[in-house]
Design a protein around this ligand. Structure first.
Ligand code: ADP
Length: 612
């Protein structure tokens, strides 16, 4: 459901406030390329001053033609004609320079656009690196990120272009103003006043357009999502077989229709008022036109002056309306920039931990009365959990879907912080650890691990940035992770492009992908903590068993935690924890839990029965 439109009445204070980001935009352009900014400035100055010079030369041309005409039968005729021709030549020269400065402006803008677009995108992506998982999962924040990425990367240059355009027009206007002053001060005032109404209407509607853009951001995201579903290979299977295409397309069109209605209303109003108020300007122009003509007929100004004033007046008027449109456009750009800076200035929680060696060597992991509640959630996902995992221990986590297994892993890997209690690694609170050091000690494969659309080798190397491009480390990891056999059968071995996004890409089966992901664990031989969150579900039982025996071989003195629904695997663990609603229901070895004859024993027997 669309909410009511947020369009409010225009307030001048809001308008002034909205210029707050112009300074940042200028700094951004200046820091992108000083050279280009300076050249742009000089060219803008030229382009601003020369039109007035052309108008003055126009006056000289007409006046010299009139006087040559009057002298045509006298002995000064030739001299007068030469003077007129000189003025024409002078004007031609100025026109050439003006055209050159306009060209330079456009070249500078194109070059700056490319550099600035890149710079802003890098700023956005760099900021994304500093965000926490909870920020990524917060839909409101994600909206900000999407808006920033969608629009703001082109806005700074748009703002700068308008700012320079404004500068150029203002210079022209000042020079026109000086010329017009000679004719009449009142004419000068008319010129300015008649353009103000258009400006106010432009400013109001650009503000409305922005509020509309911002308010409908969730709908736009929904549309992008539907587009993705309808046009991406990973959703194509289901969309086809479930015949979802038409339903999704209809939903897509319905969203468009709702948004379009709002757009239409705004466009119609914007253009109607633009036209109606623009007529005031035309009226002012033609009144002054009549005035200038009468003054010429009465002989108070020359024919050349008349030409000049008319030209200056007409150009002045278009310079004013261009400036005003630029100002209202700048207002809009500023509002968009506000989104960018709102995102870039989003506070990031500073992590102050610096510990690189734990207080108690080989203490392993301890959960001290840990509770956790997801932001915005009303219930605790993990409740008062106490746990000690010793080095060398192979721990299996069992529990129904939603019992909190993955959440426990997210807490353990410091992707989320406990809302109560603390987790220690080698006796030191995770909050006090230097996080990159801590993460180096862990090797984690989630259920929804990444299938990078890179080559095979890099897919293995992703598990350890230091070995990202190390071919010998790739093959070693693949051997240990049992993926070497099928990789060697791929067309280009470790160089084979994976996925369907890029040319020549090859798709793997679910189980093969899982083997790739598991091999990633082995490319980090120093990891003290290995975590497998159900990454073997697509493998057959034999392959899973092999992987786990490999893991046990290579991880003797390290902690391995795995989540699996296969009891044939779970039973190999030396400690098993059964989670229920975020608390430990039972724990112990396979034998102990069977002897307890409760949940674990029940589930185990249920699965074993299925195999008999
Ligand atoms: P399991 O791994 O045992 O299947 P999870 O740890 O993924 O369970 O989820 C435990 C509970 O936490 C579920 O009820 C789930 O809805 C909720 N949950 C999981 N992730 C989030 C999240 N990012 N935000 C809010 N709630 C979540």
């Amino acid at each position: 459901m669309l909410k009511p439109s947020p369009i409010k009445t225009f307030k001048i204070s809001q308008f002034i406030e909205a210029f707050a980001y112009s300074r940042q935009a200028i700094e951004l352009v200046w820091s992108t390329s000083r050279k280009l900014t300076i050249v742009l400035m000089i060219a803008t100055l030229c382009a601003g001053l020369l039109p007035a010079l052309i108008a003055i030369l126009g006056q000289y041309i007409v006046d010299s033609v009139v006087s040559a005409h009057e002298l045509r039968l006298t002995e000064d005729a030739e001299k007068a004609q030469t003077t007129a021709i000189y003025w024409v030549l002078a004007e031609a020269c100025v026109i050439v320079v003006l055209a050159a400065s306009q060209r330079v402006i456009s070249v500078c803008q194109s070059l700056l656009r490319a550099q600035l677009g890149e710079k802003v995108n890098v700023l956005i992506l760099e900021k994304a690196q500093t965000l926490s998982l909870s920020q990524f999962e917060d839909s409101e924040f994600y909206d900000k990120l999407t808006r920033a990425r969608r629009e703001a990367s082109v806005r700074p240059l748009a703002l700068i272009n308008k700012l320079f355009g404004l500068l150029q027009n203002s210079i022209s206007l000042i020079s026109y103003g000086i010329i017009l002053w000679h004719f009449s001060f009142v004419a000068l005032i008319i010129l300015f006043i008649s353009s103000i109404p258009v400006f106010i209407s432009e400013a109001k509607f650009s503000g409305d357009a922005f509020r509309l853009f911002r308010w409908r951001s969730p709908e736009t995201r929904q549309k992008i999502y539907l587009e993705t579903l309808l046009a991406r290979e990973d959703s194509a299977k289901e969309v086809k077989l479930f015949q979802l295409g038409n339903t999704l397309l209809k939903r897509y069109q319905d969203i468009f229709q709702k948004l379009y209605e709002e757009d239409k209303k705004l466009t119609l109003r914007r253009d109607f008022w633009g036209w109606a108020l623009g007529n005031l300007g035309t009226l002012a122009f033609y009144s002054t036109y009549v005035w200038i003509i009468i003054a010429t007929i009465q002989g108070s100004i020359s024919l050349g002056e008349m030409t000049m004033y008319l030209l200056v007046f007409k150009q002045g008027q278009s310079a004013i309306s261009a400036s005003l449109t630029a100002i209202s456009g700048m207002y809009e750009d500023n509002l968009y920039l506000h989104t960018l800076y709102e995102y870039l200035n989003q506070p990031v929680e500073k992590h102050l931990g610096t510990t690189t060696i734990g207080e108690i060597a080989n203490d392993g992991i301890r959960f001290h009365d840990v509770s956790f509640q997801y932001p915005g959630s009303e219930i605790k996902t993990i409740k008062n959990l106490n746990l000690h995992i010793k080095p060398g221990q192979k721990l299996a986590l069992v529990g129904e879907n939603g019992s909190g297994k993955t959440t426990l892993i997210k807490l353990l890997t410091y992707l989320y912080k406990p809302t109560h209690g603390k987790i220690t690694f080698d006796g030191t609170d995770l909050n006090d650890w230097h996080i990159p050091t801590l993460h180096k000690k862990m090797s984690v494969i989630f259920q929804d691990f990444m299938k990078y659309q890179f080559i095979v080798g890099e897919n293995l190397g992703a598990g350890n940035v230091d070995k990202f491009n190390d071919a010998s480390a790739w093959s070693d990891a693949a051997e240990k992770g049992l993926s070497a056999a099928f990789i060697n059968n791929l067309s280009d071995g470790y160089e084979t492009q994976l996925g369907r996004w890029f040319k020549g890409g090859q798709e793997l089966s679910g189980g093969q992908w899982q083997k790739i992901a598991l091999s990633r664990m082995f490319i980090r031989p120093d990891a003290e903590l290995l975590i497998l969150d159900e990454p073997t579900s697509a493998m057959d039982a034999k392959a899973e068993a092999e992987i786990f025996s490999q893991l046990t071989n290579y991880t003797e003195d390290r902690i391995a935690i795995f989540i699996s629904h296969r009891f044939s695997t779970v039973r190999t663990a030396d400690h098993i924890i059964v989670l229920k609603d975020g608390t430990i229901e039972e724990q112990g070895s396979h034998e102990q839990l069977l002897a307890l004859n409760k949940t674990y024993a029940h589930l185990f027997k249920l699965q074993a029965k299925g195999y008999q």
